[in-house]
Design a protein around this ligand. Structure first.
Ligand SMILES: [Zn+2]
Ligand SMILES: [Zn+2]
Length: 132
């Protein structure tokens, strides 16, 4: 089991089960969505439950029913949603070691000019054929 929470602690969740397919996407949309050089995101393969502050969440839904939910108080992005259901979590809000590592860096071909990608990471100029 792993837990996560936002920066201010108003919202907490737990996952019973595993995370899978941790990835980092460097495209311009993910940079905006994650306010960072890239996303850091993994899929939930188990049961997800909000422990605290679900009513403090707000959400933004973009194309194809995919969206993000974030804390209204501090702005941390906690989860990705698809058709209203939790689809994956942002790795940055985890409290515990999820026992997985980022396995691939995607859309590195459109990374920010200021980002330096470390040598040796698995990277793709665009996607890698996975669907999401
Ligand atoms: Zn918060
Ligand atoms: Zn992206």
């Amino acid at each position: 089991m792993v837990t996560g929470e936002c920066f201010c602690g108003s919202v907490k969740y737990q996952i019973t089960g595993k995370l899978k397919d941790a990835r980092s996407c460097h495209c311009s949309r993910c940079r905006k969505a994650f306010s960072s050089q890239a996303s850091a995101y993994a899929l939930v393969d188990g049961d997800f439950a909000w422990l605290l502050g679900e009513e403090r969440l707000t959400s933004y839904v973009g194309e194809h029913g995919f969206g993000l939910r974030f804390c209204q108080v501090c702005g941390s992005t906690l989860v990705g949603i698809h058709d209203g259901q939790v689809h994956g979590i942002t790795l940055g809000c985890l409290n515990d070691d999820p026992e997985i590592e980022i396995g691939r860096h995607i859309f590195v071909g459109s990374k920010a000019a200021w980002e330096v990608i470390p040598e040796g990471v698995v990277q793709f100029d665009e996607g890698d054929g996975a669907t999401n």
